[in-house]
Write a protein that binds this ligand. Structure first.
Ligand SMILES: C[S@@+](CC[C@H](N)C(=O)[O-])C[C@H]1O[C@@H](n2cnc3c(N)ncnc32)[C@H](O)[C@@H]1O
Length: 187
């Protein structure tokens, strides 16, 4: 008997996309960022100077860099991605700009950070990609400080489903929306 996988079947473990797909995506994001500058989105979040931010699924680092500039030298940004090319690109961009407050983490879920060390998590344009979003949300909840923030944006998810999905396991509560950015608080 043959096993025929469905085209968009979700696996238990996420896999990095091909190198070609990543490079194509990075080029697309360069154009996106010209039209919609990342600092404008960061202004809609709760990020402030001195914060510890974690950019989950950072990709080539558009929002990592903007967040690192917003938190300044007293803050820090963890840039997390499953793809080695994402980690390389973030390091390259940070070096080019002389930014020293970014630490990269290559993982598909477990950040290996201590509990309650992060002020703001960015979960931007990645939720739709996740095979097991519950495990990622549980990990993000673990590393966030009490009453701190999960910033969500994903144009692939229907707007009226976002709040239900993120609140469904009782870890986060919807607080407010600023345009495309949904702000949740850790419960
Ligand atoms: C569409 S890109 C978004 C990048 C960035 N957040 C942005 O908006 O510019 C999604 C990123 O999530 C990463 N990714 C997918 N599944 C992941 C997982 N389970 N853990 C960590 N990163 C993941 C991909 O490698 C990719 O770089």
């Amino acid at each position: 008997m043959f096993f025929i996988p469905k085209f968009n079947e979700k696996t238990e473990k996420d896999k990095p996309m091909s190198k070609a797909a990543f490079k194509f995506m990075a080029r697309h994001f360069k154009n996106r960022d010209k039209k919609y500058p990342p600092p404008d989105k960061i202004k809609k979040t709760k990020i402030k100077q001195g914060d510890v931010v974690l950019d989950y699924g950072c990709g080539p680092g558009s929002y990592t860099i903007a967040a690192a500039e917003a938190v300044g030298s007293t803050g820090k940004v963890y840039a997390v991605d499953i793809h080695p090319l994402a980690i390389n690109e973030v390091k390259k961009r940070a070096n080019e700009r002389g930014i020293r407050n970014i630490e990269t983490i290559l993982t598909d879920c477990n950040t290996k950070l201590e509990d309650r060390v992060v002020d703001v998590v960015l979960l931007l344009d990645i939720y739709h990609d996740l095979s097991n979003p519950e495990s990622i949300l549980t990990e993000l909840h673990r590393i966030l400080k009490e009453n701190s923030w999960l910033i969500f944006d994903d144009h692939h998810i229907k707007e009226d489903e976002i709040i239900t999905k993120i609140e469904s396991n009782g870890l986060f509560k919807f607080i407010e929306r600023k345009d495309e950015v949904f702000i949740f608080m850790k419960i």
